[in-house]
Design a protein around this ligand. Structure first.
Ligand code: DLL
Length: 435
């Protein structure tokens, strides 16, 4: 089901016109109300009058995460505090959080973005949407909550954690949709397997998973284990939160809501636009944010855009699965490794669970790459000689696909740390030596 066909299926020329109109306004708002943008544009010699259409976007300066931190908390705000209705922030691992603030209209637009994603799963009145993203400063919980509200569905705000209770409520309240990180969804599936609840006792039919990279293999696993259709939902705090885009029924790329967020792909080294279809860093310009508009924000997410028309009828551009963030990329013995590549390989092997943990270290000037994996219950034996036949094919596949020679350690099923939010897959001990 398409939530807003007038916009989602708009002819591309009309979309360009809408984007142009909105960009012109958004840039003027930034220049006139946010000293940070005035300074940046003046430095680049660009005036609002120079921005006449969406094609002129390349004239604008970029905004980086460090700019957001420098302007913490409200330096990028374009309206007085009396117009603000909500404040969210991303946790981040270092320093100050990234803040986003919202007017009433911003919250309405944000909910519209999430509602468009939920419509793909035909979520509407009578559906119980179990929102197991964290509620709080994180945008996942409240963002998805509002989107479910816009669809006229019943919101079940369980937040993340307390897995046994999640499953009890899922069964007793008849949840039809589950929204959480894919890693937490997998954990819930494992808890269900170990409980008295049968999948047939549940009414679950659809899931909206995001906030972290996940692979096609993980989708297959979640769809099989939970007997649902699993859709990807993408977003980031700086662009309001979840619902910057989502997958359609074709599950073949994430449509980005281009009427609200204009995407570009740039080469992160040269900062030049990439050729259409080429992989690079995703950059967004908000087109109708009121409280904290944002120009050419460098997300650090690596992906490519797909402009070929989609069979679903939506005309909005699609993006490929996010390979990872440039700052999550590990360089081990000179090889670039994204944790999601390990998930891709693991899910090719039915004997392994998709759980993994990477530890990178440096000994005698050489990098080591240790990989903890779990065999499924039915294949596990503590006897190392019985594990060997499973290790060799996994090792070979990682060497050929990722280009790195891992030290593989087989762990007991269930022993790798599960997460209720964004999963942590890596410890890079080398960072300690650089401090
Ligand atoms: O994670 C917003 C969100 C909540 C999205 C719930 C989807 C569902 P942040 O905490 O600011 O916001 O993190 C944003 O998470 O730049 C990506 O690196 C990553 N990310 C978000 N969605 C996906 C996804 C929320 N579907 C950062 N696939 C982004 C891959 C994702 N990575």
């Amino acid at each position: 089901m398409i939530h807003n066909p007038g916009i989602e299926c708009m002819p591309r020329e009309d979309m360009r016109k809408l984007q142009s109109e909105r960009l012109v306004k958004q840039v003027k708002i930034c220049y006139d109300n946010v000293p940070f943008y005035k300074k940046k544009m003046d430095e680049k010699g660009v005036k609002p009058e120079d921005i006449k259409s969406i094609d002129d976007i390349v004239k604008l300066p970029f905004t980086c995460k460090t700019d957001l931190r420098d302007e913490y908390p409200f330096g990028l705000q374009a309206v007085p505090m009396s117009k603000i209705r909500r404040i969210h922030a991303s946790s981040g691992t270092t320093g100050k959080p990234v803040v986003d603030t919202y007017t009433d209209n911003d919250i309405a637009n944000w909910s519209e973005g999430v509602a468009r994603v939920m419509a793909v799963g035909n979520v509407g009145p009578g559906d119980v949407v179990q929102v197991a993203y964290g509620y709080g400063l994180f945008t996942g919980g409240l963002g998805v909550h509002e989107g479910a509200h816009t669809r006229g569905a019943i919101q079940l705000p369980t937040s993340a954690g307390n897995s046994s209770k999640q499953i009890m409520l899922m069964k007793d309240f008849g949840s039809t949709a589950l929204a959480c990180t894919p890693s937490y969804a997998l954990h819930l599936a494992e808890v269900i397997e170990k409980s008295d609840v049968k999948i047939g006792d549940l009414k679950l039919r659809v899931g909206f998973f995001g906030a972290e990279p996940w692979t096609e293999g993980m989708r297959r696993e979640l769809e099989r284990k939970l007997n649902i259709k699993a859709y990807d939902i993408y977003g980031l705090t700086e662009m309001s939160g979840p619902g910057v885009g989502g997958e359609c029924e074709c599950q073949n790329g994430t449509h980005l809501w281009e009427d609200m967020f204009f995407p570009e792909i740039i080469n992160p080294d040269t900062l030049e636009p990439c050729a259409p279809g080429e992989c690079g860093e995703l950059v967004f310009t908000s087109l109708c944010k009121e409280a904290m508009p944002i120009l050419r924000y460098r997300t650090r997410d690596l992906t490519r855009l797909i402009y070929e028309p989609c069979k679903c009828g939506r005309t909005m551009v699609r993006m490929d699965k996010i390979l990872g963030r440039s700052d999550d990329m590990l360089i081990v013995r000179g090889v670039n490794v994204f944790p999601s590549q390990i998930e891709t390989v693991l899910t090719e092997f039915p004997v392994f669970t998709p759980q993994y943990y990477i530890t990178v270290d440096r000994k005698d000037n050489e990098d080591s790459f240790d990989l903890d994996v779990e065999l499924r219950e039915e294949f596990f034996s503590p006897n190392p000689s019985k594990q060997m036949p499973y290790i060799k094919p996994l090792y070979d596949r990682i060497v050929s696909l990722v280009g790195i020679k891992p030290n593989i350690h087989i762990k007991e099923p269930g022993s790798i740390m599960r997460s209720t939010g964004k999963a942590k897959h890596v410890t890079d001990k080398r960072i300690l030596y650089n401090d």
